[in-house]
Design a protein around this ligand. Structure first.
Ligand SMILES: Cc1cc2nc3c(=O)[nH]c(=O)nc-3n(C[C@H](O)[C@H](O)[C@H](O)COP(=O)(O)O)c2cc1C
Length: 169
C-alpha cells in the first residue's frame, strides 16, 4: 500500500472479530512508531503493550469511551518519558507522531485501530499510570485499541479549502 492510500483509508475501527494479531505485526507497528520524527531526535516514547483481557476490563473503568476494548485483541499505551524530552511539553507532539505512524501501519496490515485519548484528562492519566505502574516521569498519551476489523467504514474526504491560509491569515 502506498503512503497516501493508507492515509486516506485509515479510519477508527471500534468493532473487532475474534482472532489474534501476530507478535510480528505488533513489532512492525512499534517499529513504525519509532520511525516517527521527534524534537531534537529525543525519541522519548515508551510503549506498554497489553494483551491481558483482565487489564482491558480495568482500563474500561478508567476510560469512559473505550468500550471497544471489550473485544480488542491488543492495546498499546503510548507514553512520553519526560526525562528524555527536549523541553517541557514536547512529548505530546513526539508521541502523537508515533501514534499516527501506528495507525497508518495498522491500516496497511489490515488491523483495526482507534486512538483513545488519555492526555490531558488528569483522571485518565492518573488511573492508567496506577494500573500500569508507570514511573512518575512517564506520562500516558493514549491507548491504541487493536483488533481484527469487523467494520469497514468508507473513506471520508475532509479536505476544506477554507482551512488553508496562504502567506498570511
Ligand atoms: C486525541 C484523540 C482522542 C480520541 N479519543 C477517542 C476516544 O476516547 N474514544 C473513541 O472511540 N475515539 C477516540 N478518538 C477517535 C476519534 O473519535 C476519530 O479519530 C474521529 O471521530 C475521526 O474519525 P476517523 O478516525 O474514523 O477518521 C480520538 C482521536 C484523537 C485524535
Amino acid at each position: 500500500m502506498k503512503t497516501l492510500e493508507a492515509i486516506f483509508k485509515r479510519r477508527s475501527i471500534r468493532q473487532y472479530k475474534p482472532g489474534e494479531i501476530s507478535q510480528q505485526d505488533i513489532e512492525t507497528l512499534l517499529k513504525a512508531a519509532m520511525a516517527a520524527p521527534t524534537a531534537r531526535n529525543c525519541q522519548e516514547w515508551e510503549f506498554v503493550v497489553v494483551r491481558d483481557k483482565n487489564m482491558f476490563k480495568k482500563m474500561l473503568e478508567i476510560h469512559p469511551y473505550a468500550r471497544m476494548l471489550e473485544h480488542a485483541d491488543c492495546a498499546i499505551v503510548v507514553c512520553g518519558n519526560t526525562q528524555r524530552e527536549h523541553a517541557p511539553g514536547y512529548w505530546m507532539a513526539d508521541c502523537g507522531a508515533a501514534t499516527q505512524n501506528i495507525l497508518l501501519a495498522a491500516t496497511e496490515l489490515g488491523i483495526g485501530s482507534v486512538w483513545l485519548g488519555v492526555y490531558p484528562n488528569q483522571d485518565r492519566m492518573d488511573g492508567l499510570s496506577r494500573l500500569l505502574k508507570l514511573p512518575a516521569h512517564v506520562k500516558p498519551l493514549n491507548i491504541i485499541s487493536l483488533g481484527l476489523p469487523a467494520e469497514h467504514p468508507a473513506e471520508v474526504d475532509r479536505f476544506d479549502p477554507a482551512k488553508i491560509h496562504y502567506e498570511l491569515w
